[in-house]
Design a protein around this ligand. Structure first.
Ligand SMILES: Cc1cc2nc3c(=O)[nH]c(=O)nc-3n(C[C@H](O)[C@H](O)[C@H](O)COP(=O)(O)OP(=O)(O)OC[C@H]3O[C@@H](n4cnc5c(N)ncnc54)[C@H](O)[C@@H]3O)c2cc1C
Length: 218
């Protein structure tokens, strides 16, 4: 399990398939199967370069992830993954919320060139005040959440006051083809820093599990 951000993590549950299984899946016309490394690396490279993508669906990964809800909002846009997320209707949300570290806050001003990004510098006092505001308002939200629960309000309604930096947890499954598409988008500098942290960890897991394929793309 790798800790990520202030209270998040990614844990590998399992991988399936292999670089060899991808090659074998691709060789259906000739039934020649796997011929060995390094020569079959040429086939992997050819398929990647020519978007012969489907053999890369014969390998993949299952991970468990704890991340802020706003990271999951972006992640779940990748519709071809499979997800199972903890239910805040069923179980009380643990009091875990993301507060960016000061280094992140110091470059947390609104970007001028990119309307979706941060990146402009903030003075130390502005960054510190913003950090305190995020911390305080998150704590207040959880206090209200607990007050509502204690008053007998259902979990599905009490959760309405929780902010998007609240941590949630999910299991997620993806094949290598779709994992590569995710990494292309979410490792890019244009993606938000917080999801990039998770994408980087996923890439590290995939490099260990599928070194031949990942050696050609990363
Ligand atoms: C930097 C960045 C900024 C973004 N900003 C926004 C934003 O402002 N607002 C917003 O809503 N989203 C935003 N997104 C999300 C983005 O629009 C995609 O939804 C997300 O990246 C998932 O990509 P995808 O659809 O290729 O992935 P998946 O949903 O995993 O789909 C994989 C592939 O399957 C096919 N597919 C899946 N579903 C369909 C479908 N219904 N119809 C046709 N083909 C389909 C497509 O070929 C697709 O590429 C942003 C993403 C990034 C990386």
């Amino acid at each position: 399990m790798t800790p990520l951000l202030d209270h998040g993590y990614m844990r590998l549950i399992e991988t399936w398939g292999s670089d060899q299984a991808i090659v074998e899946a691709a060789r259906q016309s000739t039934q020649k199967g796997f011929l060995g490394w390094p020569q079959d690396e040429k086939l992997l490279r050819y398929m990647l370069e020519h978007r012969h993508d489907s053999p890369f669906e014969f390998a993949g990964v299952v991970i468990e992830v704890q991340a802020p809800i706003f990271v999951f909002r972006e992640w779940h846009r990748h519709r071809v993954w499979s997800y199972s997320e903890a239910s805040a209707r069923y179980a009380e949300m643990p009091e875990l919320f993301y507060v960016p570290c000061m280094n992140r806050m110091m470059v947390g001003g609104q970007s001028i060139s990119n309307k979706q990004s941060s990146g402009s510098s903030l003075s130390q006092s502005v960054a510190l005040n913003a950090w305190k505001e995020i911390e305080r308002s998150s704590r207040d939200a959880f206090q209200t959440y607990h007050n509502l629960l204690e008053a007998g309000v259902a979990r599905e309604l009490a959760r309405l006051v929780l902010p998007v930096n609240t941590y949630s947890r999910m299991r997620a499954q993806v094949n290598l083809r779709n994992a590569l598409a995710f990494l292309k988008l979410r490792l890019d500098e244009s993606a938000q820093y917080e999801i990039r942290v998770y994408a980087q960890e996923l890439e590290d897991i995939l490099v260990k599990a599928f070194p031949r394929t990942m050696g050609l793309v990363s």
